[in-house]
Write a protein that binds this ligand. Sequence first.
Ligand code: SAH
Length: 379
Amino acid sequence: MAPDLPITMSAFKPLIGLSRAELEAELVAFGERPQAARMRARQLWHWIYHHGLSSFDGMSSIARPMREKLAATYCLARPSIAREQRSNDGTRKWLLRFDDGQEVETVYIPEEDRGAVCISSQVGCSLTCKFCHTGTQRLVRNLGAREIVSQFMVARDSYGEWPSPSGERMLSNIVMMGMGEPLLNFENVAKALRIVMDSEGISISRRRITLSTAGVVPLMERCGQELGVNLAVSLHAVTDELRDEIVPVNRKYPIAQLIDACRRYPGASNARRITFEYVMLKDVNDSPADAKALVKLIAGIPAKINLIPFNAWSGAPFECSSDEAIERFADIVNRAGYSAPVRQPRGRDILAACGQLKSASQRAPKRVAEASTPAPLPV
Ligand code: SAH
């Protein structure tokens, strides 16, 4: 049976990560008539994403001979869990290993009666933001839709939260805030999010999904238009001079372009504000003048500001701002009419907080890596 084999040796075709249309086409190729394939795809979708089954055995609405036939060809395997860590604040972090041995981290951050799964979009990252631990790991490759969706499924497995609850859930939200830049892997991220949003499966509403970008301007509009998810923007600086330094993608898409794209973000309103993330770096970007420039910059955008105390990692060239500096900054932003919650660091003890994720995955020697090297930044 597929699930018993080590995933890397699996000769079975994975079904997780296929769109509905692809799943149907797969079943036609498997020998079903088109009409029957549609029904079968629907059944499978329900078992895979609503019930979370990882083998065909329990699919009671499918006749046994068909289940056996499916199991001889396909698998529903998740990535293997190379390590699971639990923080004393309840945060959980998984180091997940994919078929080719590459690894990423996924985090679950519980709140009282809900919680967010923080999902990675790439192995490593190409953006080299100076305060970010992931940024010190070179980009290895993009994750496929299957690898993105299955991060959420592993978290659900861990909490046994199957079938998808119709009301309250522990795993209620998704933040695309793990390793990598989601807008530099837009097609796969979009495909994965369409799967998790599908109401006959995992069924997480777009209102409960937030995609965070360091500012890949040309893709922001598509993100709003095609996915309709909430947008978070890693701003972190109010002048191009500083932002060029600490968020180098700014050299390609400077602040004015980024803010303009935020103004035009489809679906932004007072009820659905854009989040500006702002990491608090001591004596770098945390002065009252910075705060005042920030509110001027975003004037007129339905926004909230998320102040993130800098999470340290070994060798980081920054310190976290003092509590007083953070408070002073928040005050100025508040008085200008914006909500400015200070993000409570979670899971710092297991390096699961913002910007602390990293895996040991490295890029293969050049010849091997070429095939999967992601495209350069769009222009
Ligand atoms: N590439 C995307 C997704 C990563 S989200 C983006 O940049 O938005 C991770 C968030 O944590 C970003 O806002 C990032 O800027 C922030 N971050 C990175 N390193 C951090 C650190 N050391 N302390 C606090 N926040 C950090």
